[in-house]
Write a protein that binds this ligand. Structure first.
Ligand code: FA5
Length: 359
């Protein structure tokens, strides 16, 4: 009776395991497990038959032998079906078919130009600093000598942020002694606010650049976006002067465009510098003879700049009698457009792969 049950269990176990086997090696170990000459589970039962009574031998013997055959044929059937499946798999793989091309990505042109600009300025001993994109009214305007209600604010129209921090309107607009201009948040219109942020925390002499994203509320066209990038520069010391500025900026453009270039400074107005300048470089395409890129003028307008205004030093807690310095701000998209001859700024943000894949 017990042996009956053993054989029944063994049969279920063996057939189930054979069915589940995934390859020829597992089938072989199942064969050893059940039919192995020394330790095979069925072999052991067969070997113990000699100790049974004649009646038991007559009953169990044929059952065990039949199971042996059943396991053997299940093993060979399973082996055949595994081999057939593997042949089919091999037939399905066409080794002569050309492989699928792996698409390789590349850096966005703005990223690579920004990287290049960082490297050039680092090699000129400038540090790279960053500042917040959501900026306070104070740093974006007041600290840069652009007081509330002054017409100079119209030069930069911006996006104001609504703050839900539980404070009342009066609390939010409360003027602190230092800040003079409230704490409303906006999307910064230029990277210049980082000038005062940095000066508050550091002692001169120093020279920094500040790459970053800026925003303006204005209509878009081929050369204007609402979201673009600038690189600010600031050098402050006892006698940092315009001659230093000219050298640094010419060196920078020559390294960026990999050629000798003249630069031209024209008087301009920004409230946070005095004197203020507009910087032009000799056209990198025609060398100054006149072409479509420079609109036949021979010059390309590339940045605003000037000597830091004494009021900006005062806002940062410096004594303007002890120090001087220059600052500049260039538009990254404009530089990339000149470098790669890109006709429309909107292409940078179009997400069009035909454009991106050219770089
Ligand atoms: C400024 O933003 C000043 N902060 C620059 C500066 C810094 C002057 C330090 C003096 C000292 P401006 O508004 O001109 O200046 O912008 C600087 C550059 O940003 C421009 O020359 C232009 O290349 C780029 N720019 C301005 N508006 C846009 C726009 N809507 N889309 C793309 N680029 C823009």
């Amino acid at each position: 009776m017990t042996k009956d049950i053993d054989i029944k269990r063994l049969r279920e176990d063996a057939l189930k395991s054979i069915k589940a086997a995934a390859d020829a090696a597992s089938l072989e170990s199942l064969r050893v497990k059940f039919l192995g000459r020394k330790e095979g589970e069925l072999t052991k039962i067969l070997r113990s038959l000699k100790d049974f009574s004649i009646a038991e031998k007559k009953k169990i013997g044929p059952l065990a032998n039949a199971l042996r055959q059943e396991i053997e044929s299940a093993l060979s059937e399973k082996l055949k079906s595994l081999q057939a499946a593997s042949h089919k798999l091999q037939a399905d793989i066409d080794l002569t078919r050309p492989g699928r091309k792996v698409q390789r990505g590349s850096l966005h042109p703005l990223t690579s130009v920004e990287k290049e600009i960082r490297e050039i300025f680092k090699s000129l001993n400038f540090s790279v600093v960053e500042g917040p994109e959501a900026e306070s009214d104070y740093y974006n305007f007041d600290a840069l000598n652009i007081p509330k209600d002054h017409p100079a604010r119209d030069m930069w129209d911006t996006f104001w942020l609504r703050q839900n921090d539980g404070r009342t309107k009066e609390q939010k607009n409360k003027r602190t002694k230092r800040q003079g201009g409230g704490e409303r948040l906006l999307l910064r219109t230029h990277t210049s606010p980082v000038q005062v942020r940095y000066m508050e925390q550091h002692k001169p002499p120093f020279q920094i650049i500040v790459p970053g994203r800026v925003f303006r509320y204005e209509a878009t066209d081929a050369s204007h976006e609402t979201n673009f990038h600038q690189v600010e520069g600031l050098m402050v010391g006892k006698d940092a002067n315009l001659a230093n500025f000219k050298f640094v900026i010419r060196e920078f453009f020559q390294r960026l465009f990999k050629r000798k270039l003249s630069i031209r400074l024209r008087p301009s107005y920004f409230p946070f510098v005095e004197p203020g300048l507009e910087v032009d470089i000799q056209c990198v395409k025609c060398g100054g003879n006149g072409c479509n890129i420079c609109k036949n003028s021979g010059w390309l307008e590339v940045m605003g700049a000037g000597m830091v205004h004494p009021r900006v030093f005062e806002a940062a807690g410096y004594n303007p009698r002890d120090l001087q310095g220059f600052a500049f701000g260039l538009g990254l998209e404009r530089i990339a457009m000149i470098k790669y001859n890109i006709p429309d700024i909107r292409l940078f943000y179009s997400g069009d792969l035909r454009f991106i894949k050219q770089f």
